[in-house]
Design a protein around this ligand. Structure first.
Ligand code: RIB
Ligand code: CA
Length: 380
């Protein structure tokens, strides 16, 4: 236990150090850190989201659930544990989720995120294991440990959140906030013409989650403004990380760094001397190459980091309340998220759908937090 306490104290000192650096440039914010539980399918942008949370002095990550998605659940566990080792946050418990979706066959996306889920990046070795309890249990334990205060963030398929709801049906009223990166509203899909990846991997789980929050709102167990904030592709594809912006991050971290170019040889390794910047650059290069091959340019949509930033500060985006449901049986539309904007279903709103964001404001906040945090790691 003593070791855990000293590690937690060290992590807090790291964050405070980063906070002090950040406070020099921004007004110090005395609000206490918010307890955050992150359910991720780490992947490149999930890793960026976790780093953002670890770099944020207003966030206290109390647990991480690993969900299969971008890569299989065991690889997600390894990525989460390795990333925490790199960031000096080895006191944060990581749990292992279900082996597969509720009923669909497991699918993964190594073409998008790389064979191990983090592009060309290599994480430090570690000797940590996931918790003895699974991710659904981890959700429930975290919610009971922080009743009414816990902020839930899901940036992968909703399999383990759905399993947690089955185990603890009062979860909607136990959480202070839930932010989901998933779906696509009046906008294209990225997995089928109409379905977004996180929803597409486990549509049944997503449907159970939206139904549960809808029932809680209907029964007045939660207020409408406390239904999940949903960051779909219509919102997150506005957050396009470019080599120039990534270069700014390296500079903010005080790292040696070179702006990437689509003309670089594929797989060119980062020259960053900062250990975290090196991992992020090697991960992002693979993601840039994937987006380029998709015809979207040498850039990367930061879906999950935006959701993480919204989890800490919902005012970063504009939202509209509506009722959301998920198509489960459509031959061409399975996994599609439908928003009942015109209230034809007559059901209570179960989501605040993100509809507006200011990309420069997001990147300013991301760099002002992650830059000093990475700098602090170099000297720890
Ligand atoms: O559709 C984008 C989402 O799917 C992101 O969370 C990405 O990490 C993948 O999980
Ligand atoms: Ca993800």
């Amino acid at each position: 236990m003593a070791g855990l306490v000293s590690r937690r104290v060290r992590r807090r000192r790291l964050r405070v150090a980063a906070g002090i650096v950040a406070a020099v440039t921004t007004a110090h914010d005395p609000t206490p850190a918010l307890p955050v539980f992150a359910d991720v399918d780490t992947g490149v942008d999930d890793a960026m989201a976790l780093v953002y949370l670890l770099a944020s002095t207003d966030a206290d990550v109390v647990g991480i659930a690993s969900t299969g998605g971008n890569v299989d659940v065991d690889q997600v566990c390894r990525n989460n544990l390795g990333l925490l080792q790199l960031c000096g946050a080895t006191d944060i418990p990581v749990s292992r989720g279900a082996d597969q979706p509720l009923s669909a066959a497991m699918r993964t996306a190594e073409d998008t995120h790389g064979p191990a889920g983090l592009g060309y990046a290599e994480l430090p070795r570690h000797d940590r294991e996931p918790t003895s309890y699974d991710s659904a249990e981890a959700w429930v334990r975290a919610a009971h440990a922080h009743p009414g205060e816990l902020i839930g963030l899901v940036t992968g398929p909703l399999t383990n959140l759905a399993l947690a709801l089955r185990a603890e049906p009062t979860l909607p009223s136990l959480l202070r906030r839930l932010v989901i990166m998933g779906g696509s509203f009046d906008y294209r899909g990225n997995t089928t013409p109409v379905a977004e990846w996180n929803i597409s991997v486990d549509p049944e789980a997503a449907a159970e989650v939206f139904t549960a929050w809808g029932r809680a709102a209907d029964a007045k167990q939660i207020a409408v403004q406390d239904v999940p904030i949903v960051c779909g592709l219509n919102l997150t594809e506005n957050i396009a990380l470019t080599p120039a912006i990534l270069h700014r991050l390296g500079i903010a971290a005080g790292s040696s760094t070179m702006a990437m170019s689509v003309l670089d040889a594929r797989g060119t390794h980062s020259v960053a001397d900062n250990p975290l910047i090196r991992v992020l650059e090697d991960a992002m290069r693979f993601y840039f190459e994937f987006h380029f091959d998709q015809g979207e340019g040498f850039l990367a949509h930061l879906h999950d980091p935006l959701a993480a930033a919204v989890a800490l500060d919902p005012a970063l985006i504009g939202t509209r309340p509506t009722t959301v449901d998920v198509e489960l049986t459509g031959t061409l539309t399975r996994g599609m998220t439908i928003a009942d904007w015109s209230r034809r279903w007559g059901r209570a709103p179960n989501a605040q759908v993100g509809v507006q964001v200011d990309p420069p404001a997001f990147f300013e906040r991301f760099i002002s937090r992650v830059g000093p945090f990475a700098r602090g790691l170099a000297h720890s």
